[in-house]
Design a protein around this ligand. Structure first.
Ligand code: B12
Ligand code: SF4
Length: 471
């Protein structure tokens, strides 16, 4: 008789945070469908959460622990595995995009028993089933297993071809979805992207998964709408976010989705990612009609030569300008993604990114320091040229991990900090000033002395105003 595993999934988000993790949500759904019990622990604050986490391990005695890792978190994943093994003798598996791209980085951590080097739905379930039945598991595809002093490296299984065969991702395991109430849920209905941008993991993943079957896959519109409907019945929301990378690329899917969403008449609004040059007037109008209120568009570099040659993003400034203008014409808000500090970046190319944003005038922006992900063209180039040597793996967003010959790290970080102010100042002084306010607030929060002084100042000001009101 088959027995079932008590699986504890772990989402390390140290100094970070996210309402859900797509991979873990699918794994939880598949494991539950297979009859296993599944719990989740989210580790956000190392000092505060670690003792609580280890207490959960001790008290709940899971029989299988599964940790997910992106490249910013993999160092913490190894440390967590070590701590878990010190607390309980439990089977530990790791997976996630970093495990697929760079499984070797987990091999030296002997607390880790298995590394999932591909998609996990079928293989993790197979492993759980075998462990539950006390059966041999060393040949489960998509996994590397520790066997004594050796690593057994199994081959990759084909990608899940039909995404509709997977159950609905299980969001109920995440803190954000634990209680009903007001939410702004995120959805993703596709996997993969056909483009080859050199800084993104997609081309690296596509290479790993070469072989029969497509790398880019979509769930059917019908299931996508059912997922939204299912969430609507449990939570209160009227706005949602679509995280698909290439939402505007699959025109047939987009048209069907928008038309059917309009017919549902749910009164929902949403935001999505689109790529410059991939959407025309008709498509933009349909998006608006379906409830799209914001499109997010990756510019990344304003210098067209750098964008094409270094980033392999083959669209022109005109494509970018047109796509933003089209969205504005239909009353859809715009958001630009920007990146600073790529190889060959100079002060002049940064100025081009600022200038292009000033021209397209996005309503919102994100700017991050470029981070060299393993196995990507730019990641490999940076390590071959010896550029990597800044901060550790969890330095991203504002800090550069590189030492480049063309520009100093200080200049990159200053440009990231000042970017939004410099862009907004050209067309929205109020937003530019608000940006300064935000930066000051962040500085005060980060500095304990300034934070305390600000608290005292705030309390003093409130008392003073109360006294003045009385008199
Ligand atoms: C959707 C998405 C988001 C969403 C939701 C993220 C989330 N937490 O789920 C949002 C928009 C919030 C987001 C934000 C960010 N993202 Co993002 N995101 C994606 C995207 C487009 C798809 C992810 C996805 O849905 N995959 C589908 C699922 C099913 O696959 P999966 O997660 O790999 O999981 C499978 C396997 O890995 C395995 N598996 C996973 N965990 C485990 C655990 C065990 C035990 C086992 C056995 C197996 C296993 O099984 C899963 C099921 O098949 C990917 C691109 C990509 N191609 O992966 C980028 C990607 C993951 N994101 C990336 C980055 C950098 C970020 C940000 C840091 C960006 C930023 N600067 O803010 C933030 C970080 C947020 C965070 N704290 O996680 C990078 C990660 C690079 C890396 N090497 O780590 C990617 C790869 C894109 C890129 N730039 O190349 N992201
Ligand atoms: S278009 Fe976006 S998701 Fe696709 S490869 Fe380029 S950066 Fe990655």
């Amino acid at each position: 008789m088959i027995q079932y595993m008590k699986v504890l999934l772990v989402l390390p988000e140290i100094n970070s945070g996210c309402q859900w993790n797509v991979g873990l949500a699918y794994l939880a759904a598949v494991l539950k469908r297979g009859g296993h019990s599944v719990g989740l622990f989210e580790v956000n604050d190392w000092a505060a959460d670690l003792p609580r986490f280890l207490a959960v391990i001790k008290n709940q005695q899971p029989s299988l622990v599964g940790l997910t890792a992106n490249s910013h978190q993999f160092v913490y994943v190894k440390e967590l595995a070590r701590e878990i093994k010190k607390t309980a003798d439990v089977f530990i598996a790791v997976g996630g995009v970093h495990a697929i791209l760079k499984p070797e980085s987990f091999v030296d951590e002997t607390a880790i028993d298995a590394i999932c080097v591909g998609e996990g739905e079928a293989s993790f379930l197979e492993l759980a089933d075998r462990l539950a039945g006390g059966r041999e598991y060393f040949d489960v595809k998509n996994f590397w297993f520790r066997k004594g002093k050796e690593m057994v490296k199994n081959e990759l299984a084909p990608l899940a071809g039909d995404l509709d065969s997977l159950p609905m991702p299980d969001r109920t395991i995440f803190r954000y979805f634990a209680e009903p109430g007001k939410k702004t849920p995120r959805f993703i209905f596709s996997r993969g992207c056909p483009f080859e941008c050199t800084y993104c993991c997609n081309h690296a993943l596509k290479k790993i998964y070469k072989g029969p079957g497509g790398y880019v896959r979509w769930r059917s519109v019908e299931l996508a709408l059912r997922e939204i409907e299912q969430l609507k019945s449990r939570y209160d929301f009227n706005y949602f976010k679509l995280d698909d990378d290439t939402f505007s690329l699959n025109k047939i899917w987009l048209k069907e989705f928008c038309e059917k969403l309009i017919k549902k008449n749910w009164g929902l609004t949403f935001e999505c990612n689109i790529r410059p040059g991939t959407i025309d007037e008709e498509g933009t109008e349909l998006l608006k009609e379906a409830g799209c209120r914001m499109v997010k568009i990756g510019i990344e570099a304003g210098n067209s030569d750098l964008r094409r040659r270094v980033l392999s993003r083959y669209f022109s400034d005109e494509d970018i300008i047109k796509t933003f203008a089209l969205a504005k014409r239909f009353g859809i808000k715009t958001f630009s993604f920007n990146m600073i500090g790529v190889p060959e970046e100079t002060s002049a190319t940064i100025a081009d990114t600022v200038k292009l944003n000033q021209e397209i005038r996005p309503d919102f922006m994100q700017v991050t320091a470029f981070y060299p992900y393993p196995l990507t063209v730019l990641g490999e180039l940076c390590s071959a040229k010896g550029y990597i040597g800044g901060d550790s793996e969890d330095s991203y967003m504002e800090k550069s991990a590189l030492t480049l010959p063309t520009i100093s790290r200080r200049e990159i970080e200053r440009a990231v900090r000042n970017f939004k102010f410099n862009v907004y100042w050209a067309y929205n002084k109020k937003k530019a000033l608000a940006e300064i306010g935000e930066r000051l607030k962040k500085r005060v929060i980060k500095n304990p002395v300034l934070h305390q002084l600000a608290k005292w100042g705030y309390r003093g000001a409130r008392k003073l105003s109360a006294i003045l009101r009385h008199n």
